[in-house]
Design a protein around this ligand. Structure first.
Ligand SMILES: Nc1nc2c(ncn2[C@@H]2O[C@H](COP(=O)(O)OP(=O)(O)OP(=O)(O)O)[C@@H](O)[C@H]2O)c(=O)[nH]1
Ligand SMILES: [Mg+2]
Length: 295
């Protein structure tokens, strides 16, 4: 997990600490570092900003040794994550009679699996979740959610194949309210951004559901595409928070930072495997510890 970006940081720290006093060589090194960041999924603008700030700190003589360089780098990265407001799903669920989340994301990123993982978290915290299959397009989509539901012991609401997804969501809300469910997790069809009709439909789902949160699921392995997807969905229906999946198999490391930078919305959770327990709350400190070693 994040191994490549960790190597990029540690190499930079090693080399830069040795030449902190020779500005020209340092500037050159920072330029190389920038390219390395970019090739590990750090968006160009972020990489440039990071490097500008390092250069400024060097000029202001803030960076005196290895320790202060590490400190500086961690603070620079931390800043991006702390600049966006975070929220707590369990806390919000406690504050609402029926807490509704709509999950967004393109095909195959891990939406359905993530919904099942989250449903299990809600269940284990004493909630009564209902999963809603609003993907009425793809054969097998509802079935997939139902299989997950059976395995984790969480009911699934679905409409007929080919039904209007917004109508399914509408019906699921009264169903949930009448039967004492208090968390509604809506699975939507994987949308390709070029498809305008599908976007209109997504807007309709959101209008009907009036969700407390729209959570976008992105697959870390798609790199820069994850950033494009974030921009797209945020522009189309608004994204409140992001779940980054498949980080267990992801070495580059730049995606969480780039996504937060692109849409200024927090990473809420990360998917760390295919099992139902393979999900974690995103922690800024954990992330920093993984990518920038303290030594
Ligand atoms: N390694 C790993 N695999 C994951 C993770 N999350 C999901 N997957 C796998 O990714 C594949 C696709 O997951 P789905 O949940 O079906 O994805 P989806 O977004 O619902 O896909 P569509 O419904 O086809 O749009 C499955 O094989 C999952 O097991 C994760 O965090 N790590
Ligand atoms: Mg799915």
């Amino acid at each position: 997990m994040f191994k490549r970006i960790r190597t990029v940081f540690s190499k930079f720290i090693d080399k830069a600490s040795a030449i902190l006093l020779s500005r020209d060589r340092l500037v050159e090194l920072i330029e190389d570092f920038k390219l390395e960041l970019i090739s590990n999924d750090v968006a160009y603008d972020v990489a440039e900003e990071i490097c500008n700030r390092i250069r400024e700190a060097v000029d202001e003589k803030i960076v005196k040794d290895r320790e202060s360089l590490i400190h500086l780098l961690r603070n620079i990265i931390r800043y991006y994550f702390e600049a966006v407001e975070r929220f707590d799903l369990l806390k919000e669920a406690r504050e609402n009679k029926l807490y509704k989340i709509v999950f967004l994301g393109v095909n195959g990123v891990g939406k359905t699996t993530t919904i099942a993982k989250l449903a299990l978290i809600f269940k284990e915290n004493g909630f009564k979740p209902l999963m809603v299959a609003a993907d009425t397009f793809r054969a097998g989509a509802q079935e997939q959610l139902r299989i997950h539901g059976e395995k984790i012991g969480v009911p699934v609401f679905s409409g007929k194949y080919g039904a209007d997804p917004a109508a399914v969501v509408y019906d699921s809300i009264s169903y949930a309210s009448n039967r004492g469910f208090n968390v509604l997790l809506v699975d939507t069809a994987g949308r390709m951004h070029v498809d305008v009709d599908l976007v209109e439909e997504l807007k309709k789902i959101v209008r009907v559901a009036k969700p407390h949160r729209n959570l976008l699921v992105v697959d870390a392995l798609t790199g820069n595409d994850a950033v494009e997807q974030a921009r797209f969905f945020d522009g189309a229906v608004g994204v409140d928070g992001v779940i980054v999946t498949k980080v267990d198999a992801y070495e580059q490391g730049g995606v969480p930072l780039s996504v937060v930078y692109a849409i200024r919305k927090p990473i809420i959770m990360i998917g760390t495997g295919q099992g139902y327990k393979d999900i974690k709350y995103f922690s800024i400190d954990d992330f920093l510890d993984k990518i920038i070693s303290l030594k």
